[in-house]
Design a protein around this ligand. Structure first.
Ligand SMILES: Nc1ncnc2c1ncn2[C@@H]1O[C@H](COP(=O)(O)OP(=O)(O)OP(=O)(O)O)[C@@H](O)[C@H]1O
Length: 310
């Protein structure tokens, strides 16, 4: 349905998006995951035809939308990071305004407003002014506004950042239903690995403007199939001990965590004895030791050397 080909955007000398190739089949729910500044929003802006690429192309059903964005605009709904609502108007009045902007026909607009407010769970609050809503509720109205023209393709840019758990659950449930029941194609960007794991059947991981890995959850996890992740608690933190562990032949990475240290080592390399011995030499006790089942967060750490929220 949609594909980007060598899509790139430079801001002065900075490559914000660097030869990105992604595709979405109709009805798919695809995650775009990456830390701050990875290039997710810039990629989305080019797909939505809000920003012109420096080079490369975006094609909808084989036709470039860079040259002619008419078709994508008809089927696309975008939920931006920033809330774009009028504080002094009610939720209903905001939706009426946006419906008119999106050219939703007058005779169906009223029913659509009721449908989308129901979907985001705020039908009862529609007559209240936006300024009386919590941040999470505003985001839900923002999503409702993007759904008024019944888009077949919905792009959401980090829709759950900084909101209460109730609104977050509501948003995730709304997106899941749109994808499952109405077969809306979804492109979802997030810092939150667990949301993407929950909602998306495929994931692209971006860092420094590039796609560094892509695939289903199991495909991405298989990147780590040659490694063991070990969580270790110590009686006290110790930089010299970390340096010693890093020098073990089979150890690929050592990171400090809230609980102690996390060691990534070659699969099957039993480092426990060497670890306890090295700790003893530093006068430190290994108080707990556990093998971890890898998560997508570990894949990200493995690929980039940092956590998603660094
Ligand atoms: N209009 C602009 N002018 C100059 N630089 C920009 C502009 N927009 C984005 N950038 C830079 O391009 C890079 C990618 O930014 P982008 O917003 O696409 O990342 P992101 O992955 O969406 O990050 P976030 O999660 O913080 O939104 C960043 O280094 C950013 O500072």
């Amino acid at each position: 349905m949609l594909e980007t080909i060598n899509l790139s955007k430079n801001f002065k000398n900075k490559k914000a998006v660097d030869e990105v190739d992604i595709y979405l089949d109709e009805g798919e729910s695809v995650g775009l995951l990456g830390p701050n500044g990875a290039g997710k929003s810039t990629t989305i802006s080019m797909i939505s035809s809000l920003l012109k690429p420096t080079s490369g192309d975006v094609k909808l059903d084989g036709k470039s939308i860079i040259k002619d964005p008419t078709e994508i605009r008809k089927i696309l709904g975008v939920v931006p990071q920033e809330i774009a609502l009028y504080e002094e108007l009610s939720a209903y009045e905001n939706l009426k305004f946006f419906g008119e902007i999106y050219n939703v026909k007058k005779d169906v607009l009223e029913q659509r407003i009721q449908n989308v407010m129901e979907m985001v769970g705020l039908k009862e609050r529609q007559k209240d002014l936006i300024k009386t809503f919590s941040g999470g509720m505003k985001r839900r109205v923002n999503i409702a506004a993007a759904l008024l023209h019944q888009p077949k393709f919905l792009i959401l840019d980090e829709p759950t950042v900084g909101i209460d758990p109730q609104s977050r659950n509501h948003i995730l449930e709304t997106i899941r239903k749109l994808n499952d029941e109405q077969e809306t194609t979804i492109l979802y960007t997030s810092h939150y690995m667990e949301e993407v794991e929950q909602l998306c059947n495929r994931v692209y991981i971006m860092d420094h403007g590039k796609v560094i890995a892509s695939g289903s959850k199991s495909e991405l996890l298989s990147i780590l199939s040659s490694e063991d992740t070990i969580q270790v608690q110590l009686s006290e933190p110790s930089d010299p001990l970390i340096e010693k562990i890093k020098a073990f032949g089979s150890v690929r990475q050592v990171d400090e965590t809230n609980e102690g240290i996390r060691i990534i080592s070659k699969k099957g390399s039993n480092i426990l004895n060497a670890l306890v011995h090295a700790a003893e030499e530093e006068g430190i006790e290994v108080t707990h030791y556990q093998m971890e089942t890898p998560s997508l967060e570990d894949v990200f750490l493995h690929l980039t050397g940092k956590t998603l929220r660094d």
